[in-house]
Design a protein around this ligand. Structure first.
Ligand code: AVI
Length: 312
């Protein structure tokens, strides 16, 4: 992991327009800060998706039209907070299914499994730790139909081409008739989006600057965190939230572990994240591009977010 990290950091920080991949936000510390983000009242996606899965579990399950036992395979299950409502509905209604949460973090999977065993003892759970696609390959050989879950709006963190590739990979690893329930954050009043990302508590700033802390620790770098700031903006036409780290001084940073020196100009930016917001038409275009059929969009009452149900 550290090797890839070093390679990606070097590539990103020596580029003409500096950038770092947002997947590196999520070390242990970053994952904890992300939990804080999800608990902020301004960060509406958490509550919106929670509402959808709490209020519309019955409709979602009916829309699957599975006639017998099935699998629910969750990609990037994390703490499973949102999924709990869906699982609870199924267990309480004696539906025959197996839950297969997948995450790269052993710690996240352990916590999730422990909680679910306590709260839903009747749940048949088969947790897996590792890379989605390695584990998803088994899905093609399963005797049961599957519902894949890709929740939280994570698709919004992928550039368009990468999002298309990811969806094609999901498609390739699904059987005909399998379903995908995928969360998309929707375009809405720009102020609401602005406040969710440029938050007044400075939590999202800490989330971004944690990348510098991580480089200091893992690459023996000497970033002075106070010499950097955070900026982000939402473009309501494209639907893109773009986040940046800003160098507050002309400065030089050493990455001793890889023997590299990086120069920053005054006010120079490092692009850290894309959080794309979608219109419903864009969602059906993405589905069609990967040869899925959109069955239904399950929206929250404010129409801030959708869990979109697709069929292969
Ligand atoms: C994980 N992902 C969907 C979050 C998002 O909204 O793009 C990550 C995040 N970045 C800043 N706040 C939250």
């Amino acid at each position: 992991m550290t090797d890839n990290f070093a390679k990606d950091v070097l590539k990103g920080l020596t580029a003409k327009n500096k950038h770092l991949p947002s997947k590196y936000f999520y070390d242990d510390n970053g994952s904890r800060i992300f939990q804080e983000i999800m608990n902020m009242p301004e960060y509406y996606p958490t509550n919106s998706e929670f509402e959808i899965l709490s209020m519309q579990s019955k409709q979602i399950i009916e829309a699957l039209k599975f006639s017998g036992p099935f699998n629910i395979v969750e990609l990037g299950a994390g703490d499973g907070f949102k999924t709990f409502k869906l699982l609870e509905y199924l267990v309480n209604n004696n539906v025959d299914f197996h839950y297969i949460p997948i995450d790269i973090s052993q710690e996240a999977i352990d916590i999730l499994t422990q909680r679910l065993k306590e709260k839903l003892p009747a749940l048949k759970i088969h947790p897996k730790v590792g890379d989605y696609f390695e584990i998803l390959k088994d899905n093609r050989h399963s005797d049961y139909p599957s519902l894949l879950l890709f929740l939280g709006g994570n698709i919004g963190n992928y550039l368009e081409e990468k999002a298309k590739e990811l969806l094609q990979l999901f498609h390739k690893n699904m059987k005909r008739g399998d379903k995908l329930l995928i969360g998309f954050d929707l375009k809405k009043n720009p102020i609401i989006i602005h406040n969710a990302y440029y938050d007044k508590h400075g939590i999202t700033k800490r989330f971004n600057l944690n990348l510098l802390v991580r480089m200091n620790r893992e690459l023996d770098a000497d970033f002075k965190i106070d010499d950097f700031d955070f900026y982000c903006y939402y473009n309501p036409i494209t639907g893109n939230v773009k986040s940046y780290i800003v160098s507050l001084r002309k400065q030089t940073v050493h990455l001793k572990a890889i023997n590299e020196v990086i120069h920053f100009d005054y006010d120079e930016l490092i692009w850290t994240e894309l959080s794309k917001k979608y219109a419903l038409e864009e969602i059906s275009d993405l589905a069609n591009n990967a040869e899925f059929t959109v069955e239904h969009n399950f929206l929250d009452c404010k129409h801030y977010f959708t869990d979109s149900l697709w069929t292969k």
